[in-house]
Design a protein around this ligand. Structure first.
Ligand SMILES: [Zn+2]
Length: 506
Protein backbone atom coordinates (compact mmCIF):
# COMPACT_ATOMS: atom_id res chain seq x y z
CA UNK A 1 0.00 0.00 0.00
CA UNK A 2 1.37 3.40 -0.97
CA UNK A 3 -0.10 6.60 0.53
CA UNK A 4 0.48 10.28 -0.17
CA UNK A 5 -0.08 12.56 2.83
CA UNK A 6 0.03 16.25 2.00
CA UNK A 7 -0.75 19.68 3.37
CA UNK A 8 -0.12 23.41 3.24
CA UNK A 9 2.93 22.81 5.43
CA UNK A 10 4.98 19.76 6.29
CA UNK A 11 7.38 19.58 9.23
CA UNK A 12 10.36 17.56 8.08
CA UNK A 13 13.04 16.35 10.51
CA UNK A 14 13.46 17.51 14.11
CA UNK A 15 15.86 19.61 16.17
CA UNK A 16 18.59 21.27 14.12
CA UNK A 17 17.49 19.25 11.07
CA UNK A 18 13.94 20.63 11.15
CA UNK A 19 12.69 22.11 7.91
CA UNK A 20 9.25 23.46 7.05
CA UNK A 21 8.20 22.53 3.52
CA UNK A 22 5.43 24.70 2.07
CA UNK A 23 2.92 22.64 0.05
CA UNK A 24 4.74 19.58 1.30
CA UNK A 25 4.00 15.88 1.04
CA UNK A 26 5.23 12.54 2.28
CA UNK A 27 5.10 9.23 0.46
CA UNK A 28 4.52 6.24 2.75
CA UNK A 29 5.09 2.70 1.56
CA UNK A 30 4.11 -0.10 3.94
CA UNK A 31 5.14 1.05 7.40
CA UNK A 32 7.99 3.29 6.26
CA UNK A 33 8.50 6.83 4.92
CA UNK A 34 9.74 6.42 1.36
CA UNK A 35 10.05 10.04 0.28
CA UNK A 36 9.50 13.59 1.59
CA UNK A 37 9.32 16.75 -0.51
CA UNK A 38 6.99 19.08 -2.35
CA UNK A 39 3.47 17.97 -3.23
CA UNK A 40 4.06 18.95 -6.84
CA UNK A 41 7.05 16.63 -7.26
CA UNK A 42 5.90 13.74 -5.05
CA UNK A 43 2.41 13.50 -6.50
CA UNK A 44 3.94 12.86 -9.93
CA UNK A 45 6.85 10.68 -8.86
CA UNK A 46 4.84 7.67 -7.63
CA UNK A 47 1.54 5.94 -8.15
CA UNK A 48 -0.64 6.01 -4.98
CA UNK A 49 -3.38 3.83 -3.55
CA UNK A 50 -4.70 6.81 -1.61
CA UNK A 51 -4.04 10.53 -1.17
CA UNK A 52 -4.96 12.26 2.08
CA UNK A 53 -4.68 15.95 2.90
CA UNK A 54 -5.74 19.46 1.90
CA UNK A 55 -4.45 23.02 1.83
CA UNK A 56 -5.77 23.41 5.40
CA UNK A 57 -3.50 20.73 6.87
CA UNK A 58 -0.16 20.67 8.63
CA UNK A 59 1.59 17.32 8.15
CA UNK A 60 3.74 16.55 11.19
CA UNK A 61 5.16 13.66 13.23
CA UNK A 62 2.75 11.93 15.61
CA UNK A 63 3.18 13.12 19.21
CA UNK A 64 4.66 10.90 21.92
CA UNK A 65 3.16 10.48 25.39
CA UNK A 66 6.18 9.34 27.39
CA UNK A 67 4.41 8.63 30.67
CA UNK A 68 0.92 7.33 31.28
CA UNK A 69 -0.97 4.59 33.10
CA UNK A 70 -3.57 3.67 30.47
CA UNK A 71 -6.61 4.74 32.48
CA UNK A 72 -9.52 5.49 30.12
CA UNK A 73 -12.12 7.20 32.27
CA UNK A 74 -11.33 10.43 34.07
CA UNK A 75 -10.74 9.90 37.78
CA UNK A 76 -12.61 13.15 38.42
CA UNK A 77 -15.69 11.62 36.83
CA UNK A 78 -15.23 8.72 39.23
CA UNK A 79 -15.32 11.08 42.20
CA UNK A 80 -11.57 10.99 42.84
CA UNK A 81 -10.50 14.61 43.07
CA UNK A 82 -6.91 15.81 42.75
CA UNK A 83 -4.95 15.95 46.01
CA UNK A 84 -1.41 15.66 47.38
CA UNK A 85 -0.03 12.46 45.84
CA UNK A 86 0.54 10.57 49.10
CA UNK A 87 -3.14 10.92 50.03
CA UNK A 88 -4.50 10.72 46.48
CA UNK A 89 -2.61 7.53 45.71
CA UNK A 90 -4.61 5.65 48.40
CA UNK A 91 -7.81 6.42 46.53
CA UNK A 92 -6.16 5.60 43.22
CA UNK A 93 -5.01 2.19 44.40
CA UNK A 94 -8.11 1.16 46.30
CA UNK A 95 -10.72 2.93 44.26
CA UNK A 96 -9.26 3.96 40.94
CA UNK A 97 -9.82 0.82 38.96
CA UNK A 98 -12.39 -1.38 40.61
CA UNK A 99 -15.52 -2.62 38.86
CA UNK A 100 -13.87 -2.25 35.54
CA UNK A 101 -13.20 -4.06 32.33
CA UNK A 102 -9.46 -3.66 31.83
CA UNK A 103 -9.51 -4.14 28.08
CA UNK A 104 -12.19 -1.45 27.59
CA UNK A 105 -10.53 0.93 30.04
CA UNK A 106 -7.14 0.76 28.33
CA UNK A 107 -8.72 0.83 24.87
CA UNK A 108 -10.57 4.05 25.72
CA UNK A 109 -7.35 5.62 26.96
CA UNK A 110 -5.61 4.67 23.69
CA UNK A 111 -8.49 5.97 21.53
CA UNK A 112 -8.57 9.30 23.37
CA UNK A 113 -4.84 9.75 22.90
CA UNK A 114 -4.72 8.69 19.25
CA UNK A 115 -7.68 10.88 18.28
CA UNK A 116 -5.75 13.82 19.74
CA UNK A 117 -2.63 13.09 17.68
CA UNK A 118 -0.60 10.92 20.08
CA UNK A 119 0.76 7.97 18.10
CA UNK A 120 3.10 6.42 20.68
CA UNK A 121 2.43 6.02 24.39
CA UNK A 122 4.02 4.55 27.49
CA UNK A 123 1.58 2.55 29.59
CA UNK A 124 3.19 2.16 33.03
CA UNK A 125 0.37 -0.15 33.95
CA UNK A 126 -0.87 -0.80 37.50
CA UNK A 127 -3.07 -3.87 37.63
CA UNK A 128 -5.94 -3.69 40.15
CA UNK A 129 -5.13 -7.35 40.94
CA UNK A 130 -2.27 -8.00 43.33
CA UNK A 131 0.71 -10.01 42.06
CA UNK A 132 -0.01 -12.63 44.74
CA UNK A 133 -3.44 -13.08 43.13
CA UNK A 134 -1.32 -14.42 40.31
CA UNK A 135 -3.76 -15.87 37.77
CA UNK A 136 -6.08 -12.86 37.81
CA UNK A 137 -3.05 -10.54 37.70
CA UNK A 138 -1.62 -12.30 34.63
CA UNK A 139 -4.99 -12.29 32.85
CA UNK A 140 -5.43 -8.60 33.58
CA UNK A 141 -1.95 -7.66 32.31
CA UNK A 142 -2.67 -9.63 29.13
CA UNK A 143 -5.90 -7.67 28.55
CA UNK A 144 -4.09 -4.36 29.04
CA UNK A 145 -1.35 -5.24 26.53
CA UNK A 146 -3.84 -6.53 23.98
CA UNK A 147 -6.00 -3.39 24.18
CA UNK A 148 -2.95 -1.26 23.39
CA UNK A 149 -2.00 -3.45 20.44
CA UNK A 150 -5.58 -3.59 19.10
CA UNK A 151 -5.86 0.22 19.25
CA UNK A 152 -3.30 0.50 16.46
CA UNK A 153 -1.01 2.68 18.61
CA UNK A 154 2.72 2.35 19.10
CA UNK A 155 2.82 0.80 22.56
CA UNK A 156 5.55 0.92 25.21
CA UNK A 157 4.05 -1.30 27.88
CA UNK A 158 5.72 -1.34 31.30
CA UNK A 159 3.90 -3.41 33.95
CA UNK A 160 4.40 -1.61 37.26
CA UNK A 161 6.22 -3.35 40.11
CA UNK A 162 6.22 -2.63 43.86
CA UNK A 163 7.60 -4.82 46.63
CA UNK A 164 7.94 -2.56 49.67
CA UNK A 165 6.39 0.43 51.48
CA UNK A 166 2.93 -0.30 50.10
CA UNK A 167 1.04 2.41 51.96
CA UNK A 168 3.57 5.12 52.87
CA UNK A 169 7.30 5.58 52.31
CA UNK A 170 8.00 4.25 55.78
CA UNK A 171 5.42 1.57 56.54
CA UNK A 172 7.28 0.29 59.59
CA UNK A 173 6.73 3.49 61.59
CA UNK A 174 3.46 4.42 59.87
CA UNK A 175 1.68 1.18 60.70
CA UNK A 176 2.44 1.68 64.40
CA UNK A 177 0.30 4.84 64.27
CA UNK A 178 -2.63 3.10 62.59
CA UNK A 179 -5.65 1.58 64.40
CA UNK A 180 -5.88 -2.22 64.08
CA UNK A 181 -9.26 -2.11 62.33
CA UNK A 182 -7.92 0.04 59.47
CA UNK A 183 -4.83 -2.16 59.12
CA UNK A 184 -7.07 -5.21 58.98
CA UNK A 185 -9.57 -3.71 56.55
CA UNK A 186 -6.89 -2.83 53.99
CA UNK A 187 -4.71 -5.86 54.82
CA UNK A 188 -1.76 -3.56 55.47
CA UNK A 189 1.51 -5.02 56.61
CA UNK A 190 5.25 -4.55 56.45
CA UNK A 191 7.01 -6.19 53.53
CA UNK A 192 9.27 -8.95 54.86
CA UNK A 193 12.36 -10.10 52.95
CA UNK A 194 10.47 -13.25 52.01
CA UNK A 195 7.54 -11.20 50.69
CA UNK A 196 9.88 -8.95 48.67
CA UNK A 197 11.63 -11.94 47.11
CA UNK A 198 8.35 -13.72 46.34
CA UNK A 199 6.91 -10.68 44.58
CA UNK A 200 10.09 -10.19 42.57
CA UNK A 201 9.98 -13.81 41.44
CA UNK A 202 6.34 -13.52 40.34
CA UNK A 203 6.92 -10.18 38.60
CA UNK A 204 9.84 -11.55 36.62
CA UNK A 205 7.71 -14.51 35.59
CA UNK A 206 4.88 -12.27 34.32
CA UNK A 207 7.31 -9.86 32.71
CA UNK A 208 9.33 -12.49 30.87
CA UNK A 209 6.13 -14.17 29.69
CA UNK A 210 4.63 -11.05 28.14
CA UNK A 211 8.03 -9.97 26.85
CA UNK A 212 8.45 -13.29 25.03
CA UNK A 213 4.91 -13.15 23.70
CA UNK A 214 4.66 -9.51 22.59
CA UNK A 215 7.96 -7.60 22.54
CA UNK A 216 8.79 -6.62 18.93
CA UNK A 217 6.55 -9.42 17.57
CA UNK A 218 4.60 -6.55 16.09
CA UNK A 219 7.04 -3.74 15.36
CA UNK A 220 4.71 -1.32 17.19
CA UNK A 221 5.11 -3.05 20.54
CA UNK A 222 7.85 -2.97 23.16
CA UNK A 223 7.60 -4.44 26.65
CA UNK A 224 9.58 -2.54 29.32
CA UNK A 225 10.31 -3.18 32.96
CA UNK A 226 8.26 -0.88 35.20
CA UNK A 227 9.69 -0.53 38.75
CA UNK A 228 7.36 1.94 40.50
CA UNK A 229 9.90 4.18 42.25
CA UNK A 230 12.99 4.04 44.49
CA UNK A 231 11.10 3.74 47.81
CA UNK A 232 8.65 1.17 46.42
CA UNK A 233 11.24 -1.28 45.10
CA UNK A 234 13.93 -3.11 47.08
CA UNK A 235 17.58 -2.79 46.04
CA UNK A 236 17.80 -6.49 45.10
CA UNK A 237 14.83 -6.06 42.80
CA UNK A 238 16.35 -2.97 41.15
CA UNK A 239 19.51 -4.94 40.39
CA UNK A 240 17.55 -7.88 38.96
CA UNK A 241 15.48 -5.47 36.85
CA UNK A 242 18.61 -3.81 35.43
CA UNK A 243 20.19 -7.18 34.65
CA UNK A 244 17.04 -8.28 32.82
CA UNK A 245 16.78 -5.00 30.86
CA UNK A 246 20.38 -5.35 29.70
CA UNK A 247 20.07 -8.99 28.71
CA UNK A 248 16.78 -8.45 26.83
CA UNK A 249 17.88 -5.04 25.49
CA UNK A 250 14.72 -3.37 26.65
CA UNK A 251 13.76 -0.23 28.57
CA UNK A 252 13.19 0.56 32.25
CA UNK A 253 10.41 3.04 33.01
CA UNK A 254 9.93 4.41 36.53
CA UNK A 255 8.78 7.37 38.63
CA UNK A 256 11.44 9.48 40.36
CA UNK A 257 11.20 12.15 43.11
CA UNK A 258 7.66 13.12 42.19
CA UNK A 259 7.01 14.67 45.61
CA UNK A 260 8.96 16.42 48.35
CA UNK A 261 8.36 13.42 50.64
CA UNK A 262 9.92 11.11 48.07
CA UNK A 263 12.98 13.35 48.06
CA UNK A 264 12.98 13.25 51.89
CA UNK A 265 12.86 9.45 51.76
CA UNK A 266 16.37 9.71 50.32
CA UNK A 267 17.79 11.78 53.15
CA UNK A 268 15.89 9.87 55.87
CA UNK A 269 16.51 6.29 54.73
CA UNK A 270 19.27 6.20 52.11
CA UNK A 271 21.58 8.99 53.27
CA UNK A 272 21.60 10.32 49.72
CA UNK A 273 19.16 11.40 47.03
CA UNK A 274 17.04 8.74 45.31
CA UNK A 275 18.68 9.58 41.94
CA UNK A 276 22.15 9.10 43.45
CA UNK A 277 20.95 5.82 44.96
CA UNK A 278 19.91 4.58 41.52
CA UNK A 279 23.30 5.62 40.15
CA UNK A 280 25.12 3.79 42.97
CA UNK A 281 23.08 0.66 42.25
CA UNK A 282 24.18 0.92 38.61
CA UNK A 283 20.63 1.34 37.32
CA UNK A 284 20.80 4.56 35.29
CA UNK A 285 21.52 4.49 31.56
CA UNK A 286 20.06 5.53 28.21
CA UNK A 287 17.38 2.84 28.42
CA UNK A 288 15.99 4.36 31.65
CA UNK A 289 13.17 6.92 31.66
CA UNK A 290 12.11 8.63 34.89
CA UNK A 291 8.67 10.22 35.08
CA UNK A 292 8.28 13.53 36.97
CA UNK A 293 11.84 14.03 38.31
CA UNK A 294 10.61 17.16 40.08
CA UNK A 295 12.65 17.27 43.29
CA UNK A 296 16.11 16.74 41.79
CA UNK A 297 19.23 18.45 43.15
CA UNK A 298 21.75 20.06 40.82
CA UNK A 299 24.01 17.08 41.37
CA UNK A 300 21.14 14.71 40.47
CA UNK A 301 20.69 16.59 37.21
CA UNK A 302 24.35 16.13 36.29
CA UNK A 303 24.17 12.45 37.24
CA UNK A 304 21.12 11.89 35.02
CA UNK A 305 22.67 13.90 32.17
CA UNK A 306 25.91 11.92 32.40
CA UNK A 307 24.20 8.53 32.33
CA UNK A 308 21.94 9.43 29.38
CA UNK A 309 18.71 8.68 31.26
CA UNK A 310 15.59 10.63 30.21
CA UNK A 311 13.37 12.63 32.55
CA UNK A 312 9.71 12.68 31.55
CA UNK A 313 8.11 16.02 32.34
CA UNK A 314 4.42 15.90 33.33
CA UNK A 315 3.41 19.55 33.74
CA UNK A 316 -0.34 19.08 34.42
CA UNK A 317 -0.03 16.05 36.65
CA UNK A 318 2.68 17.76 38.71
CA UNK A 319 0.33 20.67 39.37
CA UNK A 320 -2.77 18.57 39.88
CA UNK A 321 -1.15 16.38 42.53
CA UNK A 322 0.41 19.31 44.45
CA UNK A 323 3.96 18.38 43.51
CA UNK A 324 5.37 21.62 42.12
CA UNK A 325 7.32 22.48 39.01
CA UNK A 326 10.14 20.31 37.65
CA UNK A 327 13.48 22.12 37.03
CA UNK A 328 13.24 21.65 33.27
CA UNK A 329 15.30 24.76 32.39
CA UNK A 330 18.18 23.41 34.52
CA UNK A 331 17.80 19.96 32.96
CA UNK A 332 18.02 21.43 29.47
CA UNK A 333 21.04 23.56 30.43
CA UNK A 334 22.79 20.42 31.70
CA UNK A 335 22.14 18.71 28.36
CA UNK A 336 19.75 16.19 29.87
CA UNK A 337 17.28 14.31 27.71
CA UNK A 338 13.72 15.41 28.60
CA UNK A 339 10.44 14.03 27.23
CA UNK A 340 6.80 14.94 27.96
CA UNK A 341 3.99 12.80 29.36
CA UNK A 342 0.31 13.22 30.17
CA UNK A 343 0.22 10.81 33.13
CA UNK A 344 -3.51 10.41 32.48
CA UNK A 345 -4.09 13.82 34.09
CA UNK A 346 -4.00 16.59 31.53
CA UNK A 347 -4.93 20.13 32.55
CA UNK A 348 -8.35 19.96 30.91
CA UNK A 349 -8.79 16.30 31.92
CA UNK A 350 -8.53 15.19 28.31
CA UNK A 351 -5.66 13.48 26.51
CA UNK A 352 -4.49 16.56 24.69
CA UNK A 353 -0.71 16.74 24.16
CA UNK A 354 -0.96 20.05 22.29
CA UNK A 355 -2.39 21.70 25.39
CA UNK A 356 0.17 19.94 27.55
CA UNK A 357 2.96 21.42 25.44
CA UNK A 358 1.28 24.82 25.81
CA UNK A 359 1.20 24.47 29.60
CA UNK A 360 4.87 23.49 29.47
CA UNK A 361 5.57 26.70 27.58
CA UNK A 362 3.69 28.80 30.17
CA UNK A 363 5.07 27.06 33.23
CA UNK A 364 8.77 27.63 32.65
CA UNK A 365 8.77 31.40 32.20
CA UNK A 366 11.10 32.80 34.83
CA UNK A 367 9.91 36.23 36.02
CA UNK A 368 12.14 39.12 34.93
CA UNK A 369 13.36 40.78 31.80
CA UNK A 370 16.03 38.16 31.24
CA UNK A 371 13.08 36.03 30.22
CA UNK A 372 14.47 32.49 30.60
CA UNK A 373 11.94 30.18 29.03
CA UNK A 374 11.53 27.21 26.74
CA UNK A 375 10.96 28.03 23.08
CA UNK A 376 8.14 26.31 21.20
CA UNK A 377 10.81 24.49 19.17
CA UNK A 378 12.46 23.16 22.33
CA UNK A 379 9.10 21.96 23.64
CA UNK A 380 8.21 20.14 20.42
CA UNK A 381 11.69 18.58 20.42
CA UNK A 382 11.23 17.48 24.03
CA UNK A 383 8.10 15.68 22.95
CA UNK A 384 9.53 14.14 19.77
CA UNK A 385 13.29 13.69 20.32
CA UNK A 386 13.01 13.04 24.06
CA UNK A 387 10.04 10.75 23.33
CA UNK A 388 11.91 8.75 20.72
CA UNK A 389 14.69 8.18 23.28
CA UNK A 390 12.10 6.78 25.68
CA UNK A 391 10.79 4.63 22.81
CA UNK A 392 14.35 3.44 22.06
CA UNK A 393 13.55 3.80 18.39
CA UNK A 394 13.80 6.11 15.44
CA UNK A 395 10.40 7.75 15.53
CA UNK A 396 9.49 11.39 16.12
CA UNK A 397 10.48 12.82 12.74
CA UNK A 398 9.31 12.72 9.14
CA UNK A 399 12.45 11.50 7.42
CA UNK A 400 13.11 8.95 4.69
CA UNK A 401 13.47 5.46 6.17
CA UNK A 402 11.73 6.24 9.46
CA UNK A 403 8.52 4.61 10.64
CA UNK A 404 5.44 6.43 9.35
CA UNK A 405 3.84 7.87 12.52
CA UNK A 406 2.25 10.96 11.03
CA UNK A 407 -0.66 13.25 11.87
CA UNK A 408 -2.54 15.84 9.83
CA UNK A 409 -3.62 18.86 11.87
CA UNK A 410 -6.38 21.06 10.48
CA UNK A 411 -5.37 24.74 10.82
CA UNK A 412 -8.81 26.23 10.04
CA UNK A 413 -9.91 26.85 13.64
CA UNK A 414 -6.68 28.26 15.03
CA UNK A 415 -5.73 30.45 12.08
CA UNK A 416 -9.04 32.32 11.90
CA UNK A 417 -9.32 35.12 10.80
CA UNK A 418 -5.68 35.41 9.68
CA UNK A 419 -2.10 34.67 10.72
CA UNK A 420 0.77 37.14 10.64
CA UNK A 421 3.42 35.97 8.18
CA UNK A 422 6.11 36.59 10.80
CA UNK A 423 4.70 33.91 13.15
CA UNK A 424 6.62 30.62 13.02
CA UNK A 425 4.65 27.47 12.31
CA UNK A 426 5.97 25.81 15.48
CA UNK A 427 4.82 28.75 17.64
CA UNK A 428 1.45 28.58 15.94
CA UNK A 429 1.13 24.87 16.77
CA UNK A 430 2.41 24.96 20.34
CA UNK A 431 0.54 28.14 21.29
CA UNK A 432 -2.75 27.62 19.41
CA UNK A 433 -3.48 24.02 18.35
CA UNK A 434 -5.63 21.49 20.22
CA UNK A 435 -5.92 17.73 19.96
CA UNK A 436 -9.40 18.18 18.49
CA UNK A 437 -7.80 19.87 15.43
CA UNK A 438 -6.26 16.54 14.38
CA UNK A 439 -8.13 15.08 11.38
CA UNK A 440 -6.05 12.07 10.29
CA UNK A 441 -3.63 9.80 12.14
CA UNK A 442 -1.27 7.26 10.62
CA UNK A 443 0.70 4.87 12.83
CA UNK A 444 3.36 2.57 11.39
CA UNK A 445 1.90 3.23 7.93
CA UNK A 446 -1.58 2.18 9.02
CA UNK A 447 -4.40 4.73 8.93
CA UNK A 448 -5.93 4.66 12.43
CA UNK A 449 -8.02 7.87 12.32
CA UNK A 450 -9.55 9.24 9.13
CA UNK A 451 -11.63 12.43 9.13
CA UNK A 452 -11.69 12.32 12.96
CA UNK A 453 -13.15 8.78 12.92
CA UNK A 454 -11.26 6.14 14.89
CA UNK A 455 -11.08 3.09 12.64
CA UNK A 456 -9.86 0.32 14.96
CA UNK A 457 -12.81 0.02 17.38
CA UNK A 458 -16.35 1.27 17.89
CA UNK A 459 -15.89 4.07 20.43
CA UNK A 460 -19.61 4.77 20.93
CA UNK A 461 -20.26 1.10 21.71
CA UNK A 462 -17.35 1.10 24.14
CA UNK A 463 -18.71 4.15 25.96
CA UNK A 464 -22.24 2.68 26.07
CA UNK A 465 -20.85 -0.42 27.82
CA UNK A 466 -19.02 1.70 30.38
CA UNK A 467 -22.20 3.43 31.54
CA UNK A 468 -23.11 0.32 33.51
CA UNK A 469 -20.50 0.87 36.19
CA UNK A 470 -21.27 -0.34 39.63
CA UNK A 471 -22.10 2.07 42.45
CA UNK A 472 -19.52 3.02 45.00
CA UNK A 473 -19.14 1.01 48.15
CA UNK A 474 -19.77 3.25 51.14
CA UNK A 475 -17.92 1.03 53.63
CA UNK A 476 -14.75 1.30 51.54
CA UNK A 477 -15.30 5.05 51.29
CA UNK A 478 -15.51 5.47 55.05
CA UNK A 479 -12.42 3.41 55.71
CA UNK A 480 -10.51 5.14 52.93
CA UNK A 481 -11.31 8.53 54.45
CA UNK A 482 -9.88 7.32 57.79
CA UNK A 483 -6.76 5.89 56.14
CA UNK A 484 -6.17 9.10 54.18
CA UNK A 485 -6.47 11.20 57.36
CA UNK A 486 -3.78 9.04 59.02
CA UNK A 487 -1.54 9.27 55.95
CA UNK A 488 -1.84 13.06 55.92
CA UNK A 489 -0.97 13.42 59.59
CA UNK A 490 1.96 11.01 59.20
CA UNK A 491 3.55 13.16 56.48
CA UNK A 492 2.73 16.38 58.29
CA UNK A 493 5.49 15.42 60.71
CA UNK A 494 7.89 15.18 57.76
CA UNK A 495 7.10 18.82 56.98
CA UNK A 496 8.50 19.98 60.34
CA UNK A 497 11.79 21.78 59.91
CA UNK A 498 11.47 21.77 56.12
CA UNK A 499 11.39 25.12 54.29
CA UNK A 500 7.83 26.25 53.59
CA UNK A 501 7.00 26.40 49.93
CA UNK A 502 5.71 29.86 49.08
CA UNK A 503 5.19 31.27 45.65
CA UNK A 504 6.76 34.67 44.94
CA UNK A 505 7.72 35.16 48.58
CA UNK A 506 10.19 37.97 49.30
ZN1 LIG B 1 2.65 8.26 36.82
Amino acid sequence: MRTLLYGKYLIKGAGKMREIIKDGAVCVEGSVIKDVGSFKVLSKSYRYDRKIGSDKHIVMPGLINSHDHGNGISLILRGILDGPLEAWVQEFFYRGMEGWNTYDNVMLSCINQIENGVTCFVNHYYSPFDLLDYDRHVKDIGSAVRAGIDSGGRVLFAPAFTNQNYCTYADESFLQTLPEEIKRYFKLGIATDKDKAERLKLYMKVFKDIHRKYDSKDERVRIYLGPSNVHWVSDDAWKEIKKTAVSLQTGIHTHLVETRYQAQYGSKFLGKTPAKHLEDLGILGPEVSCAHSIWLTREDISVLAKTGATAVHNPSSNLRLFNGIAPVLDMKRAGMSVAIGLDGANINDERDMFQEMRLCSLLHRVPGVQASHLSSEEILDMNLIGGSKVALSEIGAIEIGRKADIILVNMARFTTPFVSPKLSLIDLLVLRAKGSDVDHVMINGDLVVRNKRFLKADKSKLLRGMRKWRERDSELDQNLAKLVAHVRSFYQKWDEGEPTYRMNFM
